[in-house]
Design a protein around this ligand. Structure first.
Ligand SMILES: Cc1cc2nc3c(=O)[nH]c(=O)nc-3n(C[C@H](O)[C@H](O)[C@H](O)COP(=O)(O)OP(=O)(O)OC[C@H]3O[C@@H](n4cnc5c(N)ncnc54)[C@H](O)[C@@H]3O)c2cc1C
Length: 313
């Protein structure tokens, strides 16, 4: 009988959606006979919809402060006290920070950017994105491993269940070598890309600031809004409020048109739940095509103006 420990991610005073996805993955990995424990470093009143876990370990964090060393040490303590076969955290900014630290402290193995996991003999096999998503590594996952799982692998609806399983307290590690000053969320005063039905998203393949205009013209023809990958924001070609991805916004439009975006895991994290993904890229092996429903291998500088022209016709 296998055991899993799920790290409950709390961000901005809420349980992050990835937590429910992890509970779904954990349940699939250990089966109905196995035991799923959720470690929540938060407040008692936050423990909602965690019914997929068999029990909760609650370590008090009265103000939900994000202190990576405290969270990491507390997770390590939970691992040491429960000795789970598998530890699951999100392959998110928080999960990568906290779970890698805990793996190092406990001697557990660690696999990040996990996009798939399946039973293999007594253990599991995981597929993990490496080199910024350009390659996929198949990794044997024996017992005593930490997996950081990317958003979209588990099903949050399946992982969310009413009710609170038995709660046991665990003393949170108190000594912090970090200080919490506050959480800064991306500025959404410009336009809220999380609320759009159609996004025309541009990446480094757009080539030049002057070419942003062709994406804006297409967006106008479609009644859409332009969003972007991080390099476009870093170059100052679009405001931060338009950034999709791990350090930007998580979007779920009806249509996501990815123009000249390679599909790095940090970008996929922000858009892989879009209902329909259409990618235009000159490289037929670009990882964006792994998540796209439709792919066009073309130079976007040729294709996009033609598409705009046709739509306007
Ligand atoms: C901690 C951390 C957080 C991050 N957060 C984010 C984030 O929030 N969002 C984000 O996007 N990234 C983020 N990144 C960066 C991420 O790793 C990638 O570097 C980034 O997503 C790559 O952006 P891109 O796809 O636009 O560029 P590239 O990877 O350079 O891809 C450009 C693509 O355009 C294609 N192309 C080139 N010319 C053309 C053309 N004329 N027509 C069609 N296709 C063309 C190329 O084949 C290529 O696939 C983060 C990285 C780290 C380490």
């Amino acid at each position: 009988m296998s055991t899993a420990l799920v790290f409950v991610e709390v961000l901005d005073g809420k349980i992050a959606e990835i937590t429910y996805e992890l509970l779904d993955v954990a349940r699939q990995m250990v089966g109905e006979d196995g035991t799923v424990t959720a470690l929540a470093v938060t407040r008692q009143e936050m423990l909602k919809d965690l019914g997929k876990a068999d029990r909760i370990l609650l370590a008090a964090n009265p103000n939900d402060q994000y202190l990576p060393d405290v969270l990491g040490k507390t997770l390590a303590k939970a691992i040491e006290s429960t000795q789970p076969d598998i530890v699951l955290a999100g392959s998110t900014a928080v999960g990568l920070d906290v779970a890698t630290y805990a793996a190092c402290r406990t001697g557990y193995g660690s696999v990040a950017y996990v996009q798939k996991v399946a039973q293999a003999g007594d253990g599991w096999m995981a597929e993990a994105l490496i080199l910024g998503g350009k390659m996929v590594a198949s990794v044997e996952v024996p017992a005593r491993s930490v997996l950081q799982v990317i958003a979209g692998v588990g099903n949050a609806e399946q992982g969310r269940a009413e009710g609170t399983p038995p709660v046991e307290t665990l003393e949170a590690e108190a000594a912090a070598r970090t200080a919490y000053y506050g959480l800064t969320m991306p500025d959404t005063s410009d336009v809220d890309i999380t609320k759009q039905d159609v996004l025309v998203s541009i990446g480094r393949g757009i080539g030049d600031k002057d070419n942003v205009e062709i994406a804006e013209e297409l967006a106008e023809a479609l009644g859409a809004v332009v969003s972007a990958s991080r390099p476009i924001i870093d170059a100052g070609w679009m405001p931060k409020s338009r950034q999709v991805g791990k350090s930007g916004q998580k979007v779920k439009p009806k249509v996501y048109l990815a123009l000249g975006i390679s599909g790095a895991p940090e970008h996929l994290e922000g858009m892989r739940d879009a209902e329909l993904i259409i990618a235009v890229n000159t490289d037929p092996k670009a990882p964006i095509f792994d998540v796209a429903h439709y792919g066009i291998v073309e130079d976007l500088l040729d294709f996009v103006p033609l598409l705009t022209e046709k739509i306007n016709e």
